[in-house]
Design a protein around this ligand. Sequence first.
Ligand code: 5AD
Ligand code: SF4
Length: 467
Amino acid sequence: MKINEEIEYQKEFIDKVKKLNEGKKLTYNILTMGCQLNENDSEKLCGMIEKMGYTKIEESKQADLAVMNTCCVRENAEDRLFGKLGELKKAKEEKGTIIAIGGCMMQEKHIQEKIRKSYPYTDIIFGTHTLHKFPEDLYNAIKEKKRIEDVIDIDGKVYENIPVKRNDNLKASVTIMYGCNNFCSYCIVPYVRGRERSRKPENIIEEVKCLANKGYKEITLLGQNVNSYNGGENYNFANLLKDVNKIEGIERIRFVSPHPKDFTEDVIKAIKECSKICKIIHLPLQSGSTKVLKEMNRKYTKEQYLELAQKIKKEIPEIVFSTDIIVGFPGETEEDFEDTLDVVRKINYEQVYMFIYSRRVGTPGDKMENQIPEETKHKRFNRLKSLVEEQTENNSEKYVGTKQKILVEGKSKNNDEMLTGRTETNKVVIFEGNKDLIGKVIEIEIVRNAIWYLQGEINARNSLKIE
Ligand code: 5AD
Ligand code: SF4
């Protein structure tokens, strides 16, 4: 079947399930683990599920359909899934809740087996390459009362036009590419998400234009390795950034994650030239030690990473960075860890996502013999955390007295009288203002650093909105 025919075929199942469910007022709950790509996949699942007549509720034990979209990048997600499955057993017995598990973890053979053996009451297992077939799988599970296992191990295709139900009405994620070819030695992603494949530029542009028409202001372009986006002959990530920047109505563009080894001059130039691209770059470091980076198969050295950051900063002086760091990769010595701290000190990141190395079955890292004891990993993690906290506190202090462009997101959760928004660098700002400002980008003066957020004031002279 051709790709677009496949989606049309699924629409028939959407209608069939909708008919089966007519008048039943059914509910569903979805639990999403992991990264923004998974969040975006879940928005597609929600789009399909709501079209089939289900209404979203917060409590999975009360739902008629409980879906879990899993992640397997680190071990803790497994404990969470099995805990949840245990809880759902009773709901299944009492009200026949349909239990469906999908996503990255389901691509792993040992997990499939564990579910078959220990959680046989699971109705549907689907993988990363069969998400678009959820309506057909659900129909078969209901109609045939069969247990469905729909996981395939291929490089995957790019499906367009799957219904989407978005979580937010100002900020939206748009996946531009799927899969990964890098095989970093700690990472499971290339095994569960297949090889890199990019969406066509025209489909991405169309989706963003559509979002702009619906009132969305901020777009995050997503992919495991966005700067190896390949939109066809002579069309790369820099071209895509420039084209998205032209779309009227969109005020802010973000992207995650680029790989330092693929950060080309033209992308730096595009970030500099495109006014809507937020001047914060997520540049995953993983480790600051050249030796560990080599073992991780990251294909850059400590010096190359620092040079890249310097080069970007020279071109775009206002740029700041965020990063991902793994602590305790096999063979990491005290000296190697010091190199990581050294890079953190030198770059002075705006935000650091810190992870303790987690062994993943099937990756080269898992087979390495020089694994680091848990205690050492935790101690190093805490040392890194203290340094990062100290830096972020100092960085927040620097905002006081500056003027910042804020995308006003809504009323503050804790105080109805106040509004909340974010700076380009993703800092939360709380300030007093009229709710007509929601959805606009305005200039705010930062008056206080309240640790968890910044307090701002709309300066009387500058209260005109910037558009
Ligand atoms: N252990 C710990 N962290 C990991 N990451 C990926 N694989 C692992 C692992 N096995 C982290 C990396 C990546 C982020 C999404 O998750 O830092 O950038
Ligand atoms: Fe994993 Fe490396 Fe690919 Fe990122 S680039 S998804 S860390 S293999």
